[in-house]
Design a protein around this ligand. Sequence first.
Ligand code: CTP
Length: 139
Amino acid sequence: MNPTEKPNKRVITFGTFDVFHIGHVNILERAKELGNHLTVGVSSDALNFNKKGRYPVYRQEHRVHILNSLHCVDEVFIEESLELKGEYLSRYKADILVMGDDWAGKFDHFKDQCEVIYFPRTKDVSTTDIIQMIQSRID
Ligand code: CTP
């Protein structure tokens, strides 16, 4: 294999990717290094509301558009339900599931379906922190 060639593997990752930031870029670029195709499941506005009690700042169509514009991302879909993770892994033929290590251990039960890898989160940045920082500057 040519050393610059990527392994013939399909990688998948999930997240909200709201108020897109450097931590998001880092995990997506690292995920893509593991294979030659990266699928991103973006959680829907409704799913976020059910989970966190608030809607994302950027609506789902905009979050999808931002992710689709990145050269490391090959395919984006809307994750409608957390219960369907296993089905999404099959549908998008994932060889590897990548998540940040804030999720460490939480997806280990998918190890019979694909490889599961947790990458360390980028330090000192999160959507929640950015929203709070902006809010505190307004108050
Ligand atoms: N992520 C990361 N490093 C960060 C922030 C996020 O590696 N500093 C990863 C998460 O672990 C996840 C993906 O990026 O795998 C999408 O995370 P998301 O929850 O959308 O971003 P957060 O900034 O963590 O958002 P929030 O503060 O709302 O939880």
